[in-house]
Unconditional design. Structure first.
Length: 112
């Protein structure tokens, strides 16, 4: 469960994170970075697809500046994964709403 989010800062179970991250059901991958900073490609989240979530929530940043490549969307569709792409503030709420009911993974850009 994500306890709070503000520009550049996310709190999960009492731990504060200040860099982009991926939230798996059983762990947090800190300091997540993409090949191209504000563009999310399939290669950037291969480990997420190996986990086969029911839901993938992508937080595109406080202002929504990170763009999601069409290949990511197509791959999620082909695997039957529900894909939610929103500004990070809304994505946090979506993650919290689904994580207790379905296998959910969140990939969050914390700034921009």
């Amino acid at each position: 469960m994500i306890e709070s989010y503000a520009f550049g800062r996310m709190e999960i179970e009492g731990q504060v994170y200040t860099s982009d991250l991926i939230l798996f059901p059983d762990k947090v991958k800190e300091s997540w970075w993409r090949e191209t900073g504000h563009k999310l490609s399939l290669k950037d989240i291969e480990d997420i697809f190996r986990e086969a979530p029911d839901v993938l929530v992508i937080g595109t940043g406080f202002h929504g500046l990170m763009k999601v490549d069409e290949g990511v969307k197509e791959h999620a569709r082909s695997k039957g994964i529900t894909l939610v792409v929103e500004k990070t503030t809304q994505a946090v709420q979506s993650y919290n709403d689904t994580a207790s009911q379905q296998k959910t993974i969140g990939a969050f850009h914390l700034t921009c």
